[in-house]
Design a protein around this ligand. Structure first.
Ligand SMILES: Nc1ncnc2c1ncn2[C@@H]1O[C@H](COP(=O)(O)OP(=O)(O)OP(=O)(O)O)[C@@H](O)[C@H]1O
Ligand SMILES: [Mg+2]
Length: 241
């Protein structure tokens, strides 16, 4: 089997004395879409923050593209090729859509390629082309999510992590974003999705990771997880027949 792009092994992490992740292990292959599901407070955002370097793991290893990145700075991890679209989108509200997108490329120096990628983002998300000069903070939730994802893509990551992709968005918008996610994975990018809506998560991702109070309880193809009675009951609200 090909070497995974990301390999998380026995990661323990939290906030000061409070441990949130208790030995988390999973991996992501190149061009694979993996969803991370679990109840509120399970530690999903904490896991993304640990991978992107915002939190230093207490122990365990995180290998990305053949390199050990556990404990590296967020900037070094971004430069290595991991982009993080955080919960709540965190755009620069007073700045225009264009400037937000350019912020995503701040570590890059290849001006011509940046311009090409910018054009590509505006093609992938035509609404952003219409809104290019609008202040990001005044856009709708769906437009802001698209802008946040496009900003993440502007760093040319090999792995894009999206926290709460569908939160507060209309089904139609989720569908549009889902199509873009499918397209970018066809082009070779890996995606790690955190999703409250497990149905949507299983549709978008080929592999699922279930996090249960800081520990992984199940990992498997989403087609299998969707049939798993415990997963159906706990996360999809479907009682056993
Ligand atoms: N900055 C922080 N300081 C201390 N504890 C925190 C901090 N951020 C989160 N926690 C705690 O860590 C645990 C996991 O939180 P986390 O945000 O990772 O969960 P989550 O799975 O993303 O939940 P949700 O689905 O609600 O987004 C929670 O108990 C939370 O209270
Ligand atoms: Mg969260």
């Amino acid at each position: 089997m090909a070497e995974p792009l990301l390999k998380v092994e026995s990661v323990v992490a939290g906030y000061g004395d409070i441990k949130v992740l208790w030995g988390v292990s999973f991996d992501i292959a190149p061009a694979e879409t993996v969803c991370l599901v679990g109840s509120n407070g399970a530690g999903k955002s904490t896991l993304l923050r640990t991978i992107s370097g915002l939190i230093k793991p207490e122990s365990g290893s995180i290998r990305f593209n053949g390199k050990d990145i556990a404990g590296a700075s967020p900037q070094a991890i971004l430069a290595a090729g991991i982009a993080h679209v955080p919960e709540g989108r965190r755009l620069f509200g007073p700045m225009s859509v264009m400037d937000n997108l350019l912020m995503g490329a701040y570590l890059r120096t290849d001006k011509e390629e940046i311009k090409r990628d910018l054009d590509r983002m505006l093609t992938l998300f035509p609404i952003l082309a219409k809104r290019r000069d609008q202040r990001a903070g005044t856009m709708s939730g769906g437009e802001q999510q698209m802008c946040a994802i496009a900003r993440g893509m502007m760093g040319r990551p090999k792995l894009l992590m999206i926290d709460e992709l569908s939160l507060g968005l209309a089904p139609k918008v989720v569908e549009t974003i889902g199509e873009v996610v499918a397209q970018i994975t066809r082009e070779g990018l890996s995606v790690l999705l955190v999703e409250q809506d497990v149905m949507t998560a299983f549709e978008l991702a080929s592999k699922g990771v279930v996090l249960d109070t800081g520990r992984i309880s199940v990992i498997g193809p989403t087609s299998e997880l969707a049939q798993n009675p415990a997963v159906r009951q706990a996360y999809m609200g479907i009682s056993p027949a």
